[in-house]
Design a protein around this ligand. Structure first.
Ligand code: FAD
Length: 319
């Protein structure tokens, strides 16, 4: 028996959300008195693979393939590794790729599955109990997963990354692809604008129609740069082509879960809140004290964005 954790990467580095999944896998392995094995698929150097050890993996399987395979190919490789390792649980982080892998893995491994789980699963005999948010963050569901194998994806920011794990042994592996996966050519992944991926960001600075036009985004980008944040926006802003569509946050856009979400000139419509409700701390800057976003905010500044944001930039520079 073991816990297998799929570590997703970008630009030859392991994503932070995957390190969180490895740390969750380590905690679960401790509860089940077994080992946590991470599997990294792609081109990674030794330092990137050792990050997995620090995060809690006892062993790392490295499947060195070029480029970005399809979800079908990833699932085929992970299923092969899970069978070989006798994994009772396969963990991964929730992402667009992760969603495509979970469903395929649960079919291939005949496993119970849950996505977007909010904490390390609780163990009760052969059952794993997990908690996830449902109805765009308005309620929680408790699920009991039974059966010999479970496949679980973890919401971002649900578990802190462990940083003091021992050095992991790294094994180079190859696994045969399923017939279907073998017929698919490698896909190319293009990086969105900005240095920090919106879905991975610890801090997001997001702007709405209150910013009046694309020419005013300089201050949003400057604040984001100083804070090491990604930039986001409301849907009308991307519909108006003020910002690219991949920055649109909300029910119909990207769902984010940063430690800090700063909303500037965004009213806080329910469809926008659906994409930000998993944020740990929400700061709202709006000139209308009645803006609905203030009800969801941890901190609110009632004021004109064109006065408040430059002051925040100055304060952040001093920090
Ligand atoms: C099916 C459906 C799906 C949708 N999906 C999404 C989604 O995924 N994401 C999303 O964002 N929206 C979504 N919407 C749209 C949503 O309902 C709102 O219309 C939208 O979020 C409003 O964007 P906004 O807050 O930027 O603009 P507005 O509603 O125009 O609000 C602008 C805000 O800026 C404030 N403001 C103005 N000037 C200043 C200033 N100088 N300083 C500070 N504050 C100022 C105003 O007080 C106001 O609160 C969806 C709608 C539908 C019907």
């Amino acid at each position: 028996m073991s816990i297998l954790i799929f570590a997703e990467g970008v630009d030859k580095s392991i994503k932070k959300s995957s390190l969180e999944a490895v740390s969750a896998g380590f905690a679960l392995a401790q509860k089940l008195s077994t080992e946590a094995i991470a599997i990294a698929i792609g081109e990674y150097d030794a330092a990137a693979l050792q990050e997995l050890g620090k995060a809690g993996a006892n062993k790392v399987l490295h499947v060195n393939v070029a480029g970005y395979p399809s979800a079908i190919a990833y699932a085929s490789i992970i299923a092969g590794a899970a069978k070989e390792a006798g994994a009772s649980v396969v963990l991964l982080s929730k992402s667009a790729l992760g969603d495509g892998i979970v469903s395929r893995l649960s079919v291939q491994l005949n496993a119970a599955s849950a996505t977007g789980v909010l904490a390390v699963p609780e163990v009760s005999g052969d059952t794993l109990k997990v908690r996830k948010s449902i109805y765009t963050g308005k309620a929680f569901a408790e699920l009991s997963l039974t059966g010999a194998v479970k496949v679980i994806s973890l919401a971002k920011n649900a578990v802190p990354v462990k940083e003091d794990g021992a050095a992991a042994t790294v094994e180079s592996k190859t696994y045969p692809l399923s017939d279907l996966a073998g017929k698919l050519v490698h896909q190319k992944e293009e990086k969105a604008s900005g240095d920090i991926l919106l879905t991975e960001a610890d801090i997001v600075v997001s702007g709405g129609r209150g910013l009046k036009g694309p020419e005013n985004w300089g201050m949003i980008e400057e604040l984001a740069k100083i804070l090491g944040a990604a930039t986001g926006c409301s849907k009308p802003v991307s519909d108006l082509d003020w910002r690219p569509h991949h920055e649109h946050v909300g029910q119909t856009g990207v769902k984010v879960s940063p430690n800090l979400y700063i909303a500037v000139g965004i009213s806080g419509a329910i469809q926008h809140l659906a994409g930000v409700s998993a944020s740990k701390v929400i700061v709202v800057i709006n000139k209308d004290p009645e803006a609905p976003f203030f009800k969801a905010a941890d901190y609110g500044i009632v004021g004109d964005a064109f006065e408040v944001v430059p002051k925040l930039i100055e304060a952040a520079k001093k920090l």
